[in-house]
Design a protein around this ligand. Structure first.
Ligand code: 5GP
Ligand code: MG
Length: 182
């Protein structure tokens, strides 16, 4: 694919759902909310690979509290359908026992992935455990998971850009667009 907006498996990026400006402004607000909630504390941001890397980069640079960053890699998604099959691809590099942990995720969909991640982290006895998701699709929820901080609530459409991919492509787009069939 030579064009960042090209066609992949008969799919392409259609209408813009969230502009670059809207995302920038909301991420700044979220950073202020997070900083206020953790005032006087240190936070370990646990970024879920790969989709959250762009959001993490923007969010973390606007936080006014001391933070450390770690990564968890989980592979659970094939194409556009959520699957039950989950595999760790990256593990934490430092223990989170006694730490304030904020999970940073690109999108909360069925909640299956995040519920596994929460169980995994809770087992390690952090001082507190909260979730920050850029996007939330509440209509798709299967597992009982809610985020403490949400950027945007969106309808049940498959989106790409700002870190979110389709088969690995389109993460580089500075906005969030809806994937559509050509
Ligand atoms: P869940 O376990 O909540 O169903 O799935 C969460 C994961 O599915 C997200 O971290 C993301 O990787 C993927 N996902 C869910 N919805 C979308 C979407 O609309 N676009 C993209 N690119 N990924 C999605
Ligand atoms: Mg993800």
């Amino acid at each position: 694919m030579t064009d960042p907006l090209g066609v992949v498996n008969g799919m392409r990026v259609g209408r813009t759902l969230l502009t670059q400006e809207a995302i920038e402004s909301r991420v700044s607000q979220l950073a202020a909310e997070v900083s206020a909630r953790y005032a006087g504390k240190e936070v370990t941001l646990v970024s879920i690979l790969k989709g959250s890397f762009v959001f993490l980069a923007d969010l973390t640079r606007r936080l006014t509290i001391p933070t450390r960053v770690d990564f968890l890699g989980i592979s659970s998604y094939q194409g556009t359908e959520s699957s039950e099959d989950i595999r760790w691809t990256t593990r934490l590099t430092s223990p989170v026992i006694g730490r304030h942990v904020l999970v940073v995720e690109d999108i909360l969909d069925t909640g299956r992935t995040l519920s596994r991640i929460i169980d995994h982290l809770r087992d390690q006895e952090p001082a507190s455990l909260r979730l920050c998701a850029l996007l939330d699709k509440p209509n798709r929820r299967v597992a009982p998971v809610e985020a403490d901080f949400v950027g945007f609530t969106i309808p049940d459409v498959f989106v790409v850009g700002y870190g979110l991919d389709y088969d690995g492509w389109f993460r580089q787009l500075p906005y969030v667009g809806v994937l559509e069939r050509v």
